[in-house]
Write a protein that binds this ligand. Sequence first.
Ligand code: CA
Length: 229
Amino acid sequence: MSRVLIIEDEEAIADLEKDYLELSGFEVEIENNGTDGLARALGEEFDMFILDLMLPGIDGFEICKRIREEKNTPVLMVSAKKDDIDKIRGLGLGADDYITKPFSPSELVARVKAHLARYERLIGSNEPKNDVVEIRGIRIDKTARRVWVNDEEKQFTTKEFDLLTFLAENPNHVFTKEELFREIWDMESIGDIATVTVHIKKIREKIEMNTNKPQYIETIWGVGYRFKL
Ligand code: CA
């Protein structure tokens, strides 16, 4: 649930904002003076700040500036005068949006939602995504080299992991044991195509419900193996 901090000294306005945001599923906290508001804004994790401009203690200009020095959390500034908006812009405080009193609560909610969605996309796009292969209940995280079968993690040796991943990434394609050996084991490896058979058996023991009736890696008699799509 997204957490919103409202820093607003007019109790009626703060309560109205809180009610509407809570109805939309947000968790809302209120501080009614600038000093406590800034302390909470910097000391706790919030997903959005709604910041009144004229506040006892520290004013909204200063709070916005201080938040921006430490956080990228969206800030919606609320002011009583239209002129203030030009001032906020002119100061380059880094506020994400501005709204003038009186405003409709549903407009406030719409803006909060829009900024949160944008912020979440921004954060999401900065996180490197792991390279994952997923087929019918098997989840192979290539980046972390971990495998889950129906949400249960299974341990694989390096070659078992490489072989399973190669087959799962090329489903519905029959590979001979020779092809698989060449693909997974380097030229200097000691071993032969029997190594492939042994590894397929080990993999099946970890991923198949019934190794006699494999649902994932099929044996194509006289040819090799195929990962069923
Ligand atoms: Ca005020």
